[in-house]
Design a protein around this ligand. Structure first.
Ligand SMILES: Nc1nc2c(ncn2[C@@H]2O[C@H](COP(=O)(O)OP(=O)(O)OP(=O)(O)O)[C@@H](O)[C@H]2O)c(=O)[nH]1
Length: 366
């Protein structure tokens, strides 16, 4: 709906992202922010790494170079044959060819296997937060996020400056804490994601551990409920990314989303083979899959399978992201506009009611 250069009727209170989308051109597209969330261990960090790796412009260069030239280039880079550049910053001034710009928002992670240009750990020391405030691991993650949220306007300013100077890659990848609820159900998580979403078109990527779903339809259901609740909370375009397809294909998940009967059959099998479910739990899962029918219909085309380990499916992943950013973000802006109008109408009604009450009070007292 909002194509490049199109005329958007700006409301005064619409966020900067609307203007950014309207002003983008083919040579200078607005960066798309990809917010990676998912249950602990689903493979978020590994996926971040694979995604960034896929945006390095190496393969073509290597094909063009002769063997001798490659060796020489490796020597100049410091040898070792490591494909990743040592520099943290994007190397080119063309956003389309820059490696994805990565941000780490997980304060507790020990190692970040990708090049994080902005890292929460540079600002907030998780271990110190833990000992200073006498907190447990989850409390320390929440407090670290709270502390970081107070400074996040500075991060947004850096990103805006880079984008304005054409010095930000096409994709902005954001890794989130493994303790999903610390990010998704906290005020600071909301501040961080809303700040990004109001600055750049933002797509929420919900990473699912396909292997765990294969062994239990109830785990699949728990993941879908969580993805749905995240969509409900953020209202952002959502992509469901079934990870670890090198171990098991995600086709069965796609089928469960498409076909209610197939999921019911899987539940029956799990019950007879594994003793999973039964009683109220079983009937609840069955009716939940009916409830999620609308959600599945909407997001089937936004679901894809990848292996963060081997890189399989990453190309398709980017296509799904582009499509979600282009098509679904229009709905997001429409929804935002409605919410703003509703808010303004409510404020006007309250102001009118206040004036009427004031008149009534003065009439009564005179
Ligand atoms: N086979 C396979 N294993 C994977 C894949 N992606 C991640 N893993 C493994 O899954 C485990 C968890 O991966 P992480 O990337 O740390 O997952 P995460 O979601 O970031 O974890 P938390 O931040 O702790 O929630 C690691 O042992 C990875 O090696 C994949 O595509 N295939």
């Amino acid at each position: 709906m909002f194509e490049q250069g199109s005329d958007i009727p700006f409301g005064r209170s619409l966020p900067p992202v609307v203007e950014r989308i309207a002003k983008q051109t083919e040579d200078n597209p607005t960066p798309i922010c990809v917010l990676v969330v998912g249950m602990a261990g689903s493979g978020k960090t590994t996926l971040m790494s694979a995604l960034q790796e896929s945006t390095y412009p190496y393969e073509d260069e290597e094909e063009e170079q002769g063997e001798g030239e490659q060796e020489q280039a490796q020597e100049e880079e410091g040898g070792g044959g490591d494909k990743k550049p040592a520099a943290k910053e994007p190397s080119s001034s063309d956003p389309n060819t820059m490696p994805a710009y990565c941000i780490n928002l997980d304060p507790a992670t020990l190692e970040v296997p990708y090049n994080a240009s902005i890292d929460i750990r540079d600002t907030v020391k998780y271990k110190e937060v833990m000992s200073q405030h006498k907190l447990g691991p989850n409390g320390a993650i929440m407090t670290s996020l709270n502390l970081y949220a107070t400074k996040f306007d500075q991060v947004i300013r850096i990103l805006e400056n880079r984008a304005d100077n054409h010095n930000l890659s096409k994709y902005l990848l954001v890794d989130t804490p493994g303790q999903i609820e610390a990010f998704t159900w906290s005020a600071s998580g909301t501040i961080l994601s809303e700040s990004l979403a109001s600055t750049f078109p933002t797509v929420l990527v919900f990473v699912v551990d396909t292997v765990r779903c294969a062994s239990s339809p109830n785990t699949f259901m728990s993941n879908m409920l969580y993805a749905c609740s995240m969509y409900y909370r953020t209202r952002l375009p959502l992509v469901i990314c079934f990870n670890k397809t090198d171990v098991v294909s995600h086709e069965f998940c796609m089928e469960w989303m498409r076909d209610y009967e197939a999921f019911q059959e899987a539940l029956d099998n799990a019950r007879s083979n594994e003793g999973e479910g039964g009683g109220f739990y079983d009937s609840l899962t069955r009716s939940l899959s009916l409830v999620l029918d609308e959600f599945y219909n909407q997001f089937q085309q936004n679901a894809c399978g990848v292996s963060a380990m081997t890189g399989d499916g990453i190309e398709e992943f980017w296509k799904v992201i582009d499509q979600a950013a282009k098509n679904d973000f229009a709905d997001y802006i429409d929804d935002l506009r409605h919410r703003i109008e509703e808010q303004e109408a409510k404020q006007k009604a309250m102001a009118r009611a206040g004036v009427m009450q004031f008149q009534k009070d003065t009439d009564e007292s005179s």
